[in-house]
Ligand binder design. Structure first.
Ligand SMILES: Nc1nc2c(ncn2[C@@H]2O[C@H](COP(=O)(O)OP(=O)(O)O)[C@@H](O)[C@H]2O)c(=O)[nH]1
Ligand SMILES: [Mg+2]
Length: 218
């Protein structure tokens, strides 16, 4: 019987992530891993962000889902190159899946690659995809206690988008608790308060993403 340990899987992932990083670097592509719970608003945020990134940055998207292609269809409708990964049950993307998907994108034509990970706050945290930046989307309807319950994913993120701010008056979500949690888990993380449906806070996030992307390519 052959037993493959989690350590070996993670080592293989790290090698694939490094290959992805090298390819992104060679092609001048800035890569973002977008994380969050199912339904936190990742795709809606991506759509809004893509509408605001109408400057010189050419974007491409990888959509990660267990099954289906509804999110990729939403991105395709915006005229943005997109590849859908179906993980067929796996609760996270890994670097090998991204490596395979990238083969279907013309990396040389892109400046920015946005990867929407599978909706999950646990498994996604442990798999480097070769990205330069992790952004986590936390919606006001999920509760501010998620930083206490899922610290690893917040510890590894450089930005938190508090989404669905339009719903704030209908919830007990306290944005100050997010700031408090981040002071411990990721003090340097940027925080954005966004309502994608009202297009509020999106321009600020788009400017920050564009600045980070161009800083890396200088
Ligand atoms: N009220 C409100 N609803 C939102 C917002 N963003 C997304 N939603 C809704 O939340 C649900 C899940 O959104 P989606 O973007 O598909 O989430 P994902 O599963 O994280 O990609 C959909 O019904 C969206 O219309 C927002 O800013 N405000
Ligand atoms: Mg989605």
């Amino acid at each position: 019987m052959k037993i493959v340990t989690a350590r070996k899987i993670l080592e293989a992932n790290e090698l694939a992530a490094q290959r992805n990083r090298n390819r992104f670097h060679a092609a001048g592509v800035f890569c973002i891993n977008l994380l969050g719970s199912p339904g936190s608003g990742k795709t809606t945020l991506l759509e809004a962000l893509l509408r605001h990134l109408d400057g010189p940055l050419a974007p491409g998207v990888i959509e990660g889902d267990i099954a289906g292609s509804v999110d990729a269809e939403r991105i395709e409708a915006l005229g943005v190159p997109v590849v859908q990964i179906n993980t067929q049950g796996a609760c996270h993307l890994d670097a090998g899946m991204v490596e395979a998907a990238v083969a279907d994108l013309h990396l040389q034509r892109l400046d920015l690659l946005l990867i929407e990970n599978v909706g999950n706050l646990v498994c996604t945290a442990g798999f480097d995809l070769g990205e330069q930046l992790r952004i986590i989307v936390l919606s006001t309807s999920e509760g501010h206690d998620k930083l206490i319950k899922y610290p690893a994913i917040f510890r590894g993120s450089q930005a938190v988008v508090v989404s669905k701010m339009d719903l704030l008056p209908h919830t007990d979500f306290d944005p100050r608790r997010v700031a408090e949690g981040l002071r411990v888990l990721s003090p340097e993380a940027a925080v954005f308060h966004v309502s994608a449906v009202r297009e509020e806070g999106v321009a600020e996030l788009a400017r920050w993403v564009a600045a980070r992307a161009s800083a890396r390519s200088d």
